[in-house]
Design a binder for this molecule. Structure first.
Ligand SMILES: [Zn+2]
Length: 93
């Protein structure tokens, strides 16, 4: 019954969550993109992903284009939400 999910920390609020409920990102050069699991990843919780202030903070922190970054986060948040409804599917990236 007990499944041990990897726990990751949200970079914005520093709270800890199971990896599958977090938005996974990585930085390639100057750009922050959706992570494919390779390289250095960082995580953002869906609470922060809906928090405009937090997103703006991250835009500054990573020196991103605000419109582009916001669109990426929105897209990834939706993806996480739709995953939530169908429970955690093993092996889905
Ligand atoms: Zn957070």
């Amino acid at each position: 019954m007990k499944k041990s999910l990897p726990i990751r920390m949200c970079i914005a609020c520093r709270s800890k969550h199971p990896q599958n409920t977090l938005i996974r990102l990585k930085q390639v050069g100057k750009d922050v993109i959706s992570s494919d699991g390779l390289g250095r990843n960082f995580y953002l919780c869906t609470i922060c992903s809906k928090n405009e202030k937090k997103i703006k903070g991250l835009v500054k922190r990573f020196k991103q284009n605000e419109a582009q970054f916001t669109a990426l986060i929105e897209m990834l948040t939706e993806k996480i939400n739709s995953c939530d409804q169908s429970q955690y599917i093993k092996g889905v990236k």
